[in-house]
Unconditional design. Structure first.
Ligand code: ADP
Ligand code: MG
Length: 386
């Protein structure tokens, strides 16, 4: 048993006074490449990471569903027969929202037994590693088993997305849940956001002794909602002007025509999405043909595109990327929605601490807030542990 599984078990016992029947875990994720492509029907390529959320669960003999977590000492209790997405608030909306969403996908909530659920996690919250998908996926696989449901992983991803959209009220896509549910050790999860087809792609980090450094700049995502809405609007306007349903249908070969038809800013927004889609495809192909040490240029090009064309980077993210590359990283880019948050750097394990020290020193030199830097490795998706 890992430390986390032990603390989840004792947390469950303290909260509910009995032992859990099982432990189910699900990972957080980082996006390797494919930024602001999801809502343009495009491609993304995240990986599940070796930071996990545990759901310790015990079946009950009545209709009660109780949730507690290391996050807060409260126990939230409702009847599984009366789950209402509009009545869920705070952190408990994640696990209870999943129970409700399973009902929307056919689980007979008028018959299933109640459960006690205790959540513990070492996925940092709000660092862009999707602690939210980890909690949803861990609860989804637990309840699927305890309630004898029969959903494949792709359906579970939709169920978790429904919980986050409707019960939590966060209008997210399906990338995070797909990575957490479909990830495999030392693999990335290629996702076509239009067809929802997925492909698990070996990364080869183990063979090449590589890991990803997450460089959390701790810059709050300022202007994120306004900036996000403006980027989406530009993408829609660009697609419409080009006569396309979405930017997914615009290719690199169409960019000359786009430059003539669009104003400069819209053109650059479009160029980011179109070239980023191509970079995701190129990353997957390069991994297959040449392995992980060959994807660095694509990561760096992705960052430059977000900095110059999509204009969603900040000086801290640019410095993290420049410094890690100068210190020997294979590739580096900001990850996530932008305007703050984290960068990633693909590094040989032997260089991880010197890259990390170089970035920390550069931030101090620039009088930026000290970044939080830690390594992650591509790990297995949601699973039962015991
Ligand atoms: P992230 O980028 O980490 O996914 P979100 O805002 O989407 O950030 O989700 C974070 C929220 O998920 C937290 O505010 C909390 O409500 C919930 N959450 C995440 N991990 C846990 C946990 N271990 N226990 C309870 N709630 C959690
Ligand atoms: Mg989230």
């Amino acid at each position: 048993m890992t430390d986390l599984q032990r603390t989840a078990t004792s947390g469950f016992e303290n909260a509910f006074g009995s032992e859990p029947h099982g432990l189910w875990t699900a990972p957080g994720r980082v996006n390797i490449i494919g930024e602001h492509t999801d809502y343009n029907d495009g491609f993304v390529f995240p990986m599940a990471i070796d930071r996990r959320t545990v759901a310790a669960v015990r079946r009950r003999d009545d209709d009660r569903i109780r949730v507690s977590s290391s996050f807060s000492p409260e126990i939230v209790e409702v009847s599984v027969r009366a789950l209402d997405p509009d009545a869920l608030h705070g952190w408990s909306a994640y696990p209870l929202g999943v129970a409700w969403a399973l009902g929307q996908f056919g689980a007979p909530l008028q018959e299933v037994p109640g459960v006690d659920i205790y959540i513990d996690s070492d996925v940092p919250v709000g660092a862009g590693l999707s602690s939210s998908a980890a909690i949803e996926a861990s609860v989804a696989v637990a309840l699927t088993e305890i309630w004898h449901l029969d959903h494949d992983r792709r359906t579970l991803a939709k169920i978790c997305q429904l919980a986050e959209n409707r019960a939590v009220g966060a209008p997210t896509g399906i990338m995070d849940q797909s990575a957490s549910l479909l990830g495999q050790r030392d693999c990335g999860v290629f996702l076509d956001c239009r067809s929802l087809e997925t492909d698990v792609i070996p990364l080869g980090f183990e063979e090449h002794d590589l890991e990803l450094l997450v460089i959390d700049t701790r810059v709050e995502h300022a202007h994120v909602s306004g900036g996000y809405a403006a980027r989406r609007a530009s993408c829609e306007a660009g697609a419409a002007a080009l006569g396309a349903d979405s930017l997914r249908d615009v290719t690199v070969g169409d960019l000359d025509r786009a430059r003539e038809l669009l104003d400069d800013e819209t053109f650059r927004r479009v160029r980011h999405v179109v070239t980023e889609n191509q970079r995701v495809l190129d990353t997957v192909r390069t991994l297959r043909e040449h392995g992980p040490t060959s994807i660095g240029e694509l990561l760096v090009a992705s960052h430059a595109s977000m900095r110059d064309d999509f204009e969603i980077s900040v000086p801290e993210l640019d410095l993290a990327v420049e410094t890690s590359m100068a210190a020997g990283a294979i590739g580096s880019r900001m990850t996530g929605g932008g305007f703050g948050g984290a960068a990633i750097a693909l590094v040989p394990v032997a260089l991880a601490s010197s890259v990390s020290e170089a970035v920390t020193a550069a931030f101090a030199e620039a009088s930026f807030t000290a970044p939080t830097i830690f390594p992650v490795r591509p790990a297995a998706g949601a699973t039962r542990e015991s």
